[in-house]
Design a protein around this ligand. Structure first.
Ligand code: SAH
Length: 388
């Protein structure tokens, strides 16, 4: 096994528990290795500090797997997967959940979502890619799904020197999978839907919409397959309008509404640009608006424009909502910190001159919980506002 020795000056972050080591923090590499191998990591004195995936092609050259002097073999990965599964058994509904969340489950670069008895896997680091086959065997043994489908069609793979990849990994996977979330049924297009097919991270925020929806006229902007819409109807909303620019997503919204026994009179689908759609809405038409756009900033360079875009969009929603209305607003941009997002929304609110209160601050659920040693895992933030 090769050994990577770190530079003297730059190790406080790593010492503090952060699992990433950048190329610039490495002093020397001794011994033979192939990209993606598991290597030993030593501090500048040569003292062992951990073991992890090494990929010199990536700016994040090392991803620590363990801080103990233990073999990173099949048993090791079996324990990691079993730990992740036991944690979900304790805290989540096992029918649909994120089963493995990368650094939060100490499996850097591996994401696995569970929809009913189907698993959808994303391999995001070369180290994970090299042992993908073994990981699939372990998932089959430990979780016993009917099948595993790969959705590694994500741009970040390029940073690891990897091509996009999708397809069947194990068992059998239908085109459309049915799952349950808080007792509500959803159809998930695991093969061609966005990301892994369904946004599991909004589960608890959807339940909150259900709680507040009674008697309200609801507008669900950027609705994807209608998650928030079905919950709003379940909570007794008078009517829900759902808007998304993806025709495929909107077709699935209609199926999800029908699947849960709601009628076409209670719901209207709009395949449209959500920002233009909102601009044309008359004041006071809705008294609950959900704003859940795609990440406006995909990298730091886009931060300033993204904050302006969040501000403009939220200003429109706050301006248009009926008195006594509720705005559920979100950002899933990892580079937009929650304070910055709140500031953008508050300035939007102030600009409308209306009186606004914060009813709740929203975040990711337990199956997407943030590892304190890896704050980069935090990306979803939201606010529930009451507008007078
Ligand atoms: N709220 C959804 C997830 C939203 S993901 C849920 O609970 O599942 C963001 C969605 O925004 C995607 O479905 C994407 O198709 C849509 N989208 C992106 N740009 C858009 C635009 N300009 N107008 C409307 N929808 C857009």
């Amino acid at each position: 096994m090769a050994t990577i020795t770190l530079r003297k000056t730059r190790e406080t972050r790593v010492r503090g528990g952060h699992p990433w080591i950048y190329a610039s923090e490495i002093e020397k590499v001794e011994g033979a290795f192939e990209n993606g191998d598991i290597v030993d990591v030593a501090d500048f004195r040569g003292k062992f500090i951990g073991r992890g995936f090494y990929n010199p092609q990536s700016q994040i050259s090392l991803r620590i797997l363990t801080r103990r002097d233990e073999p990173c073999d099949r048993d090791f990965f079996a324990r990691r997967i079993r730990d992740a599964w036991e944690y979900r058994k304790l805290l989540c509904d096992l029918n649909s959940c994120r089963l493995i969340y990368s650094e939060s489950d100490f499996l850097p670069g591996l994401v696995v979502d569970k929809f009913g008895d189907i698993l959808v896997l994303q391999s995001l680091s070369l180290g994970i890619e090299r042992i993908k086959d073994m990981l699939c065997d372990l998932l089959m043994e430990i979780v016993e799904p009917a099948g595993i489908w790969e959705r590694s069609d994500v741009p970040v793979r390029r940073l690891e020197g990897l091509e996009q990849a999708t397809g069947l990994l194990r068992g059998e996977v239908p085109d459309v999978v049915e799952m349950r979330e808080n007792g509500i049924r959803f159809l998930v297009d695991v093969k061609h839907g966005q990301k892994t097919g369904f946004f599991l991270d909004q589960r608890e925020n959807r339940a909150l919409v259900e709680r507040y929806a009674r008697g309200r006229n609801v507008l669900n902007l950027f609705c994807y397959t209608g998650g928030f819409s079905v919950y709003a109807l379940g909570g007794g909303a008078l009517h829900v309008d759902s808007v998304d620019s993806s025709a495929k997503a909107m077709a699935m919204v209609d199926r999800n509404i029908a699947l849960n026994g709601f009628s076409a009179e209670q719901h209207t689908s709009f395949c449209a640009d959500a920002i233009e759609h909102l601009a044309a809405v008359e004041d006071g038409r809705y008294d609950l608006i959900i704003v859940d756009p795609p990440a406006f900033a995909k990298h730091r360079g886009a931060l300033k424009n993204a904050l302006r875009a969040y501000q403009r969009l939220n200003a429109r929603a706050i301006e248009k909502i009926a008195p006594g209305g509720l705005v559920f607003t979100f950002s899933c941009s990892q580079v937009v910190e929650k304070e910055a997002f709140a500031l953008a929304v508050f300035s939007a609110a102030a600009g409308t001159g209306r009186r606004v209160r914060i009813l709740d601050r929203l975040c990711q659920p337990a199956d997407h919980a943030v590892n304190i040693y890896h704050p980069e895992g935090e990306y979803l933030k939201g606010l529930l506002l009451y507008v007078e």
